[in-house]
Design a protein around this ligand. Sequence first.
Ligand SMILES: C[S@@+](CC[C@H](N)C(=O)[O-])C[C@H]1O[C@@H](n2cnc3c(N)ncnc32)[C@H](O)[C@@H]1O
Length: 234
Amino acid sequence: MTDLSDPDHVREQYADEGRLETRRSVWQPTDDGRDPSNEAFKAIDRAMTGNSDVLEVGCGTGVMAERINALPGVTLVALDYSERFVELTAARGIDARQGDICYLPFEDDSFDVVYAGWMLYHVRDLDRGLNEVRRVLRPGGTFVAVTNGDDSLADLLREAGGKVRAKNFSSENGEFTLSRKFSDVRSQDLETRAVFPDHASAQAYLDTHDEGLVLPPFDGPRTYSGHVTVFEAR
Ligand SMILES: C[S@@+](CC[C@H](N)C(=O)[O-])C[C@H]1O[C@@H](n2cnc3c(N)ncnc32)[C@H](O)[C@@H]1O
């Protein structure tokens, strides 16, 4: 089973945008129409008070950064480990920089809001990464983080003979982990769905993990359940 926080794995996974875009493309909102990225965006917006300095860590291809950057009064810096993702994010007109959450290149008390979407489970020294977030946040600032539950896509993995991964930052342990650094932690759980039009698309999703998993053939579309949590910590 792949260790999600293995630095070599992280480098390979995000050397280009192919795997990330394949995974992003299948997710649908909850039955009551809530989308995790929208909920995170609303949390970021709520946390801003007038002119605000915002940092996004692990910005990927810059989709959320572009939305945040359009908010009135925002000054945004987006940061990612992957040089390719920094290039793609900068191409959207964002101040994008290459860096590691464990060594943030910013002064203490630099930001009103820090956002980390689906990235903390890749951070091997999570304690150090969260200390860095805490350090660069101003007093009263807000940290918004999104992650998946360990049971997300568990049926898909099991059908392909894979094992369910226990992440170092998940829906299950996120509140406990954040409450060691922040006094007020709130969470919103969302039951999402991954919809695959056919077997090939489900197999393509599995292939992005480079684990050699093979999904037994099936006809027609198939839906697997996911679980996402949006945390707001201050
Ligand atoms: C699953 S992707 C999520 C990307 C984006 N937030 C999104 O929602 O599409 C994880 C991202 O975190 C970045 N990343 C992983 N470890 C990192 C670290 N230690 N510091 C900064 N970025 C990191 C990866 O390069 C990748 O872009």
